[in-house]
Design a protein around this ligand. Sequence first.
Ligand code: ADP
Length: 418
Amino acid sequence: MLDKFREGLAAETHPTASVKMFATYVRQTPKGSEIGDFLALDLGGTNFRVLHIQLDGQDTKMESKIFLIPQVIMSGTGVQLFDHIADCIYKFMKENRLLDKELPLGFTFSFPCRQEGLAKAILTTWTKGFKCEGVEGNNIVELLHAAVKRRGDIKVKCVAVINDTVGALMSCAHSDRKCAVGIILGTGTNACYIENLDNVEVWNEDKNEPKTVIINTEWGAFGDDGCMDRIRTEYDRQVDKHSINPGMQKYEKMISGMYMGELVRLVLEKLRRHNLIFCGKGSEDLSTRGRFYTKYVSEIESDIDDGFKNTKQVFEELGLEHYLVEDCRIAQYVCSLVSRRAAYLAAAGTAAILHKMGRHEVTVAVDGSLYRFHPHFHDLMVEKIQALCPNTRFRLMLSHDGSGKGAAIVACCASSNT
Ligand code: ADP
């Protein structure tokens, strides 16, 4: 991972590097005293949200609303997607009586982007199930502003684009000065950290103080050059083959919430085919791709005694009728292997970042439902990072509402600079 970080940062190897190490144009963490009124958008996974955030030092007020992005729009055209986003902004502003205001907007857009400025982000590739035509290779701020203009009845100026990792980092750093890393373990996985400009060969902008920039690693693509193929399993290859982006995001596919349940399902199905579980009798649901949710992994691993209450409930939800206590034990063991591998892989990436930064003490902001709700993910990560970084004092801190608050903080810094 450290080698891949360096390849991404070096001018010569960056164009072909698998881990892109994009400079975010966010140069420093907040002071904690930021003040102002902002809109934020959060797009990048399960939910799309519009937010109104009032920053007043350590006192933050926030209103938000979740809007659905229908499947047809997720795989439709970019124009449809951004028109839909503009509709949602209008509805939100109307409901919250904001239509007469022109608030600076921070956009948390959590897909791999090459940035050419704080408010200029070019989508390199869709991930996490999105595939809208005509967006890759384009500046998403321009697409948003064009959609806003087509409507004509809202005043919105996007002043900053960040992703959810930067949001998590910024929102934790708002209250903890030692925070210098942001990690997402949700639908996908990614990480960012504060790097010295001297190490960022691809940085062609000013090198004034502060001589740092937040790097969005896009570590989900680690392994796309084949460097992990030796440790990938037949289940990993199947998940990849049937995904919307084969050959891409191989590290992400071994770790994150969009794929973990499916990995477990594939193992259980194979055991069943070999008559090693469920007396060889499965169910339609167990044979259906995507039907074993990652939240089941958390539920099954939360059973603490031989009553297997959650496990049995999951089996029933999957229409499995023929199971023994031994099958519960096997399913729990399979879940624990898949989640432990994921946590250790994420920990290895985190350890690489801590080594790269070389600080003695670091707070790591972490967000995402997988990390938040899995019963052991945090402990497994801490255990493995400790083993890999014995000389670093670190803390994994759950980030609350990073995508909204983080976007507002960056929008605040951006609008006070202009
Ligand atoms: P996103 O990353 O899309 O912004 P989340 O952080 O909520 O949003 O992550 C959603 C992912 O988390 C989904 O892939 C889902 O499978 C997974 N997830 C949801 N609930 C749980 C849970 N209880 N345990 C583990 N994973 C979960």
